[in-house]
Design a protein around this ligand. Structure first.
Ligand SMILES: Nc1nc2c(ncn2[C@@H]2O[C@H](COP(=O)(O)OP(=O)(O)OP(=O)(O)O)[C@@H](O)[C@H]2O)c(=O)[nH]1
Length: 758
């Protein structure tokens, strides 16, 4: 149900209750006015009970208003609290002043009771009016006391006045007469005050609710009705008096309820509402706390993940820094600014060692480092970088850098340009000292050139002796192009002239001493046999394992031919081509040794031409030479291949025979020499005197054998020439001469030289 339009909706809870209660009270009040006076048998106990209840309620009003929580305490409630404590005290004094009650200071009387009642009512009406007329304001606890003390002082003064100076108090009731006009005037005043209060409350009812207007309005209206009834009061036992007390009790109930509601219930409800709000707020806070906790947990997880990521980044940075410090070269970030300035944003630790410049200096400016470069190198480097900047590609280049301690160094850089948003180019790159590699490369290039240009054949094999590299001279000497031999064994060059042990020994020597050299007969691709002087070496790694074999060889075929020629010249007679004395001695020595080993026979014959000098004298030396050559040929034909014919010099020859081949062909020797020899159209004839010596135990020396044969030859000469005499070691010289004359092999008589051949 909506309240009347004159009442503000905020007063709705108590507005109807107040209106209905007042309507009922008004009906009761009218009924009481309409009823004839009733005298109940004795209403004093009832009146005392009602008065006591009134006092109790007034005290409760005080207690409730006074003890209200400080937060809900208003200045107006404090005024009411103090007022109703005073009302309770005055009502108590009114109760004690009733006739029949024990007297206080003065004996009880109706007038005394009426005076205290009127004082209580005036105080209540004034307090209500003051409380309502003043704006409803909050009051601090300390502000309550002055109001309370003022009321108590007023109550004390009223008591003092009514109890100790009653004769000064205007008469309000005269026994046997009834209420005086003073009483009636005061009651009218009271009714007027209450009506003012009611009007004030009605006016406040239209305003938004500041306090329980309905309760106070009900109280004021009830009080006004009570006072109006009291005005009809004629005696203590009249019904009006009882109803009057009832009409005074009801306002207290209104007031009590109003103040209770205002000071306790409403704050309590507000407190409950606040508690509920707080509960909800607490729940919200808990939810928020939970959400924040979750967020905090999440953020802590995020923070720990960030910390972990940070730690990982730092570990990675340290690792990269360590790596950068341990790489042989320099990692760098080089900024070429838009203003032309250039410095290194980052340089790894080895920069100082590689460049010979403090890192701090390079991190400020690299101009002085650039200035140290040779002009040509600097220009080439700058050009390469400019091109790379333009094309956006990497730069790889090498330049020379004079190092203050290590001399001229070769530096190789590889870097990638990155164009910066604000202009300029940032280079990330790597620089390293490649002097060693550069020198090695130079040496390698030189070695390669040496390898290519060498006139000696060079070939390299791997550890399994497969050809891995050959030079042009190799091809020139052997006739094999590289593609035919690479991957194959050098055995393909072999001639079969050496037994397998030869190569085994070669490899053993190589393994033991690391090198071998000697003469090797090989065969060219054409099949031609040739001699080479070969020097072979092992190439070993750091673990001393053989990784390669190197062989350098020269073709010594010409040398060998020359050597053979010299050898031939040294051991042969130039005119006849027969072995000379030197070679004869060797062969004779070998023959002696062979015969001694095998027990085979050996005979040495010294042959000297007869009648040779006349040929020389008659036809010249040239003809004599040709004759000697022809004699040599014929002698060569007589002996076997493994036997020797040598020329000792002049017209003297030596023949070595192996006697186990059968009878010696001495006759054939004499005959073949005697046969005519045609030289330059001339038929020439010479003879031969031959001395023979056989190997014995006592003449087993070259000199001895030749000496004996020579002696025998001279014996043959002495015996008439053209015969053969065998040396007889047991005969005397004379005997040997005689034996030579008779028993020697005799050749037919020589014809005259210079005959024309048939
Ligand atoms: N044409 C030629 N004559 C030579 C050569 N060596 C030596 N003679 C000559 O050979 C001759 C050898 O002399 P002899 O042994 O006395 O000559 P002979 O006539 O055979 O005399 P007997 O040996 O005593 O029988 C000398 O005249 C030498 O000058 C040579 O290489 N060529």
């Amino acid at each position: 149900m909506m309240p009347p339009a004159a009442i503000h909706p905020s007063h709705q809870p108590e507005a109807w209750f107040t209106l209905i209660a007042l309507a009922l009270l008004a009906l009761l009040w009218l009924a009481l006015l309409a009823l004839p006076p009733i005298f109940p048998p004795s209403s004093l106990p009832l009146q005392i009970g009602l008065e006591t209840l009134g006092i109790v309620f007034a005290t409760l009003i005080f207690a409730v208003a006074w003890s209200a929580p400080s937060a809900s305490t208003s200045r107006n409630a404090c005024i009411l609290a103090g007022t109703f404590l005073g009302v309770a005290l005055l009502s108590f004094s009114h109760l004690l002043s009733l006739p029949g009650m024990p007297g206080i200071v003065t004996p009880g009387s109706f007038e005394k009771a009426i005076n205290f009642w009127l004082a209580a009512q005036l105080l209540a009406a004034s307090g209500l009016l003051a409380a309502l007329w003043l704006p409803w304001q909050q009051a601090s606890l300390s502000q309550r006391w002055p109001k309370l003390l003022a009321v108590l002082a007023l109550v004390a003064a009223i008591h003092a006045w009514l109890l100790w100076a009653p004769h000064t108090v205007p008469r309000t009731y005269i026994e046997g007469v009834g209420p005086t006009p003073v009483k009636q005037a005061l009651e009218a005043l009271l009714v007027g005050l209450y009506l003012l209060v009611v009007l004030r409350l009605v006016w406040l009812w239209r305003r938004p609710r500041a306090f329980n207007v309905g309760g106070l309005l009900g109280a004021a209206a009830a009080m006004a009705m009570g006072v109006a009834l009291f005005a009809q009061y004629a005696g203590a036992n009249e019904l009006f008096s009882v109803c009057d007390h009832l009409f005074h009790l009801l306002p207290y109930l209104f007031l009590y309820r109003a103040l209770f509601v205002e000071t306790l219930l409403t704050p309590h409800q507000a407190l409950q509402a606040r508690t509920l709000e707080l509960e909800q707020a607490r729940a919200n806070l808990e939810r928020e706390h939970l959400r924040l906790q979750n967020a905090l947990d999440a953020s802590q997880i995020e923070i720990s993940e960030r910390k972990q990521a940070q730690a990982e980044r730092e570990a990675l940075t340290r690792q990269l820094s360590d790596l950068a410090a341990n790489v042989p070269g320099v990692l760098f970030s080089y900024l070429h600014g838009p203003d032309g300035g250039h410095h290194c944003d980052y340089l790894s630790q080895r920069a100082e060692a590689v460049c010979g410049v403090a890192r701090g200096l390079l991190q400020v400016d690299v101009s002085h480092l650039m200035a140290r470069l040779r002009t040509r190198d600097r220009l080439r480097l700058m050009r390469a970088m400019a091109e790379a900047e333009l094309l956006g590609g990497p730069v790889h280049t090498t330049f020379r850098l004079p190092h203050p301690e290590r001399g001229l160094r070769w530096i190789e850089i590889s870097a990638q340009p990155h164009h910066q948003p604000g202009g300029g180019v940032l280079w990330h790159g790597y620089a390293q000292d490649v002097t060693r590699a550069h020198t090695d490369q130079e040496w390698l290039r030189l070695s390669d050139k040496v390898f290519e240009a060498s006139q000696s054949g060079i070939f390299v094999t791997d550890a399994r002796r497969r050809l891995v590299k050959v030079n042009p001279a190799f091809t020139e000497i052997t006739g094999y192009p590289p593609d035919e031999v690479l991957g194959r064994s050098p055995k393909l060059l072999g001639s079969g002239q050496h037994d397998p042990q030869f190569f085994t020994r070669m490899l053993d020597t190589l393994a033991q001493h690391g090198r071998w050299q000697g003469e090797v007969w090989n065969r060219r691709r054409s099949g031609e046999l040739y001699a080479q002087w070969l020097a072979a070496s092992c190439i070993r790694n750091e673990s001393s394992e053989i990784t390669h074999y190197l062989a350098v060889f020269t073709d010594i075929s010409g040398l060998k031919a020359h050597e053979q020629q010299l050898d031939h010249l040294a051991n042969h007679d130039m005119l006849t081509g027969l072995p000379n004395r030197r070679l004869l001695r060797d062969r004779l020595q070998q023959a002696i040794a062979y015969s001694q080993r095998n027990g085979s026979g050996l005979a040495v014959a010294v042959l000297d031409l007869d009648g040779f000098k006349p040929v020389n004298d008659a036809h010249g030396h040239a003809v004599g030479d040709k004759l000697l050559a022809e004699v040599a040929l014929r002698l060569r034909e007589v002996v076997r291949a493994d036997e020797t014919v040598a020329r000792l010099g002049g017209d003297e020859f030596v023949l070595l025979f192996r006697e186990n081949h059968g009878p010696l062909p001495l006759e054939r020797v004499l005959q073949t020499v005697q046969e005519p020899i045609w030289v330059n159209g001339l038929s020439l004839r010479v003879g031969a005197s031959v001395g023979l010596s056989r190997l014995r135990a006592d003449n087993a020396s070259v000199e001895q054998l030749l000496q004996e044969a020579d002696q025998a030859m001279y014996q043959a000469k002495s015996a008439g020439r053209n015969r053969c005499v065998t040396y007889n070691p047991s005969a005397s010289k004379q005997e040997r001469a005689e034996a030579a004359a008779g028993a020697a092999t005799r050749a037919p008589a020589l014809p005259h030289n210079g005959e024309t051949p048939p």
